[in-house]
Write a protein that binds this ligand. Structure first.
Ligand code: ACO
Length: 332
């Protein structure tokens, strides 16, 4: 049987920084409120002509170069995004494949909001274990600034832009294998976080729509409570099912939505500070890109070593959630 190994990581963050101070001139908020309630100090904003696929390509190039594989070895690209270059079609993954110069490859997007990266990891794992694919490029990429309402202080303080990518490859060495991935969804909570217009569920005449009709809307406080409850339950179950103690986790890499959610889940697992990876202060919430951007951060700081175990967890619109036990297994 083939196993799926997490071979490499790459990420891209746009250069423009939007600080809390700057946001406080746009909406009725303060640096103190944002810092205290979310842990966020600043976020990156893509250039006007910079697309989700542009950022995905930059992250992908790093992941490919660090994997030791040639781009021609890839047989699939999956992109998790809620801010695609184009709604409906073509998929951002196909645009990325073209920009990478790969013309005969399977490529598609999935929509699972902030849980997107855990979802595409699970798809890659399944397709590799079935023997169908050998080397899959997975990308979480978001230009959330394009769907953020900068007059709504409840959402605009949270979100930023960026991309992260990883290569998942077949191996016959069980020690290198991704151990387990949980994924879940409960559509009963769909209205907690949504872009209500612009699709076939839209209440507006499609010809009348303004750009703002595609902006995100969120019931932040309710989302917060469901996030803490669901994530804590899920990671505890995942570790228990796999007989793994929390001390064995080298790096807990949560979706970077809010420091208080991360702390609540970390405390429930009795994790030490040095086990928890935090990028929320400098990138904010980049949805599907946040986990690979955070993994890339510890990789570039030389903190992520071969064989070390990562616990990923995420929660987002849908509502969706997931967690994954993933050893870092670069080619030697
Ligand atoms: N500045 C100042 N005051 C604010 C701001 C702001 N930016 N935003 C809200 N407030 C006010 C509210 O109006 C409210 O005032 P009131 O008491 O007079 O009514 C008060 O602050 C408290 O509001 P809450 O919404 O209860 O604040 P909370 O502590 O819940 O923090 C936040 C809000 C940061 C949005 C938090 O709820 C959160 O992080 N939620 C989860 C977000 C999330 O994880 N989303 C899922 C992933 S995203 C994805 O999938 C794309």
């Amino acid at each position: 049987m083939a196993y799926a190994a997490f071979r490499s990581i790459g990420a891209y963050a746009p250069t423009d920084i939007l600080t809390n101070e700057e946001l406080s001139k746009m909406v009725d908020t303060t640096d103190e409120w944002i810092t205290k309630r979310t842990g966020i100090k600043e976020r990156r904003i893509a250039a006007k002509d910079e697309t989700t696929s542009d950022m995905g390509v930059e992250a992908a190039k790093k992941a490919i170069q660090r994997s030791g594989l040639a781009k021609e070895d890839l047989d699939m690209i999956i992109c998790a995004t809620i801010s695609p270059d184009y709604f409906c079609m073509p998929s951002t993954a196909t645009i990325i494949s073209n920009k990478l110069g790969l013309r005969n490859i399977t490529a598609f997007d999935i929509s699972a909001a902030c849980t997107g990266f855990v979802y595409i990891l699970s798809i890659a794992k399944a397709l590799i274990e079935s023997g169908m694919k050998k080397n899959i490029l997975i990308i979480g990429a978001e230009k959330l600034s394009a769907i953020t309402d900068y007059s709504d202080r409840g959402t605009c303080i949270l979100f930023g832009d960026g991309a992260g990518a990883a290569i998942i490859s077949a191996t016959d060495n069980k020690d290198e294998a991704i151990i387990d991935i949980h994924t879940g969804a409960d559509g009963e909570y769909a209205d907690l976080l949504m872009t209500p217009n612009g699709g076939s569920g839209s209440i507006h005449d499609s010809l009348d729509q303004e750009a703002s009709s595609c902006f995100m809307q969120m019931k932040g406080n309710e989302t917060f409570k469901v996030a803490v409850r669901t994530l804590t339950k899920d990671v505890v179950e995942n570790l228990k099912e796999n007989n793994i103690e929390s001390e064995a986790i080298n790096h807990f890499v949560p979706h970077q939505a809010n420091y208080r959610i991360i702390k609540a889940v970390g405390d429930a697992l009795k994790l030490k500070e040095e086990q928890v990876v935090l990028t929320v202060a400098k990138y904010g919430n980049t949805s599907g890109a946040s986990i690979p951007m955070a993994i890339n951060d510890i990789y570039e700081q030389g903190k992520l070593k071969s064989g070390e175990l990562m616990l990923l967890d995420a929660f987002g619109g849908g509502l969706t959630w997931g967690s994954a036990l993933v050893p870092f297994s670069p080619l030697k």
